[in-house]
Write a protein that binds this ligand. Sequence first.
Ligand code: PEP
Ligand code: MN
Length: 264
Amino acid sequence: LVSRKTRKEDTVILLPGDVVVGGNASLMVAGPCSIESEKQTRAVAAALQKAGVRVMRGGAFKPRTSPYDFQGLGMDGLRILREAADEYGLLTISEIVDPAHIEPSLDYVDIIQIGARNMQNFELLKAAGEVNKPVLLKRGLAATMEEFLHAAEYIMSRGNTQVMLIERGIRTYEKWTRNTLDISAVPILKQESHLPVLVDVTHSTGRKDILIPCAKAALAAGADGIMVEVHPDPATALSDAAQQLNIDEFNTFFDEVKASGLYR
Ligand code: PEP
Ligand code: MN
């Protein structure tokens, strides 16, 4: 079902408020790594609205490496995200990690995110396949193209055809970036599949100083959208403090990406 062989035309996903993913429009998804408070979330939402961004991300269920690190606000976080997004006319995307949370999340998220660590959580993929809500599937930390596409197939085979893929970097020996951004994944996925393809420049690189060229490269390679993390005060962030842009940095980033002519 994910294959270009079964469907020649690009899948275009229609979100509320006439926001489209795929086709001829680029999508910017921005927001904090984690939803931390109402104040923090509203500050980002206000800035995104001002910048013309339509979709806000923010994690409520955080898959952290250490059990002692901030785990997210859970359902409260989803509620805070929804309220701030509604106030500023934005759509929401947030990661769901438990199949049992898929149904309860439907009132709060416009897009369900499945994280890299759960790309092969098959029960979660099946649960996401059974609802009528777009799903953003992240590439696993060490997933091959075949594994990635099969994971998307799990969702689609349960009936949910609104699937978007996102490259977020893979593990390699290189240490100067957090992960290795696999730009070649973009044209390969666009060729092999009709689904929209995005690139998460934040988690792939983990470096604020190279986000602009990496976002341009992603769009030049055919990506339908970009994901980037934004926090009002990154130094105090409860997760991914080193890699989140502050609001001024985000505005510069988005302006430069638009000025490249690659963002449609
Ligand atoms: C995220 O986007 O919040 C996240 C945890 O990313 P990933 O699953 O790609 O590590
Ligand atoms: Mn993060």
